[in-house]
Design a protein around this ligand. Structure first.
Ligand SMILES: NC(=O)c1ccc[n+]([C@@H]2O[C@H](COP(=O)([O-])OP(=O)(O)OC[C@H]3O[C@@H](n4cnc5c(N)ncnc54)[C@H](OP(=O)(O)O)[C@@H]3O)[C@@H](O)[C@H]2O)c1
Length: 304
């Protein structure tokens, strides 16, 4: 029997130390007061008082143990092997984390009637058409994209209760770990470092907190299936960088416009990408924040 949503408040977050995982903790545990269990491979979490368990999601027995031990109502999978270039050579770990771990989570979710919310990527597409909807045909160019598509397909045949949120170019305030794109641009130029930015990769960059709120709406309205979550505007990475420079009063001459081949990256990138968010907007009121407003929020919260 499905427990009524007002009584369902236990959330297990995999990948809690990552960019998305951290914001989910700030929102669901600290802001909304859900009973949240955090996990990742790190020995600890930046907030030592948080409910955190070390767990390697590529280990089936560890995933089974943490899910059956907590019996969550919701599982947010923010864990992934996200290094697109390393995925080309470290294929085994990319597959284990982006596919096998999802299979283990789905099995655990099925056993305790949990709703599994999984995050996927625009990199399942080849970047020819652009502005993809949920019904467009995937055609991943690189191994990372192949593993993300395989993770989606594993969920579709799992008989678990699931929602897949496809997203692209995540940015926003994070407490620890690697820099998001906005902070990297701002800090590089302020340090006097010249940066080279591509003009031919088109996306609708996604504010992390918009994605986190969308997860909250999926939970609140009990939405299942596939949804795109992205920003309001489709623009090139170079144009996005120019907007960052304008807002943070940065010297634009420090930015060199280049094209993707000049970056000579090991993994191919979908050039004309981005995700249309109409379905999420109409089905659960998803409303992405305006770009400059996201910059203001980042500045206010992190002093950027
Ligand atoms: N970032 C983007 O621009 C972007 C774009 C499209 C889609 N996505 C998708 O959005 C989701 C979140 O991405 P993100 O950028 O927040 O990721 P991230 O910052 O790279 O974090 C990945 C998380 O996975 C954890 N992890 C790594 N190996 C693990 C293992 N063996 N067992 C358990 N956890 C493990 C990492 O923590 P430890 O190393 O501490 O274990 C970290 O917490 C992913 O599904 C990603 O594919 C991201």
């Amino acid at each position: 029997m499905l427990i009524p949503s007002y009584m369902r408040n236990k959330i297990l977050i995999f990948g809690a130390t990552g960019m998305l995982g951290q914001r989910c903790y700030e929102y669901f545990a600290k802001k909304l007061g859900y009973s949240v269990l955090l996990s990742s491979t790190e020995p600890g979490f930046y907030n030592p008082t948080a409910n955190y368990i070390q767990c390697d999601a590529t280990k089936k027995d560890e995933v089974k143990k943490i899910i059956s031990g907590f019996s969550p109502d919701y599982i947010i999978n923010a864990a992934a092997f996200t290094n697109v270039d390393r995925s080309e050579t470290e294929r085994e770990i990319a597959w284990k984390l982006n596919v096998n771990a999802v299979e283990y989570m789905a099995e655990g979710a099925r056993n305790c009637d949990a709703h599994l919310i999984h995050i996927s990527s625009d990199y399942i597409f080849d970047g020819v058409k652009g502005q993809y909807s949920e019904n467009d045909k995937p055609n991943p160019l690189g191994y990372y994209g192949r593993t993300k598509l395989a993770g989606e397909n594993a969920l579709k045949i799992s008989n678990a209760l699931f929602t897949i949120l496809r997203t692209n170019v995540l940015y926003g305030v994070i407490t620890q770990g690697r820099l998001d794109f906005v902070r990297w641009v701002v800090e590089s130029i302020r340090k006097g470092e010249k940066i080279r930015i591509v003009t031919d990769q088109i996306n609708n960059p996604t504010f992390l907190d918009d994605l986190v709120r969308a997860i909250g709406q999926v939970i609140e309205f009990g939405k299942f299936g596939i949804y795109n979550i992205g920003g309001r505007e489709f623009l090139s990475r170079y144009d996005f960088t120019m907007r960052i420079c304008d807002f943070f009063n940065l010297d634009k001459s420090m930015v060199t416009a280049i094209t993707t081949p000049e970056l000579n990256q090991p993994a191919k990138r979908p050039l004309n990408s981005g995700l249309v968010t109409l379905k999420a907007e109409t089905e659960f009121g998803y409303s992405p924040t305006a770009i400059e407003e996201t910059f203001r929020l980042m500045k206010d919260e992190s002093g950027l």
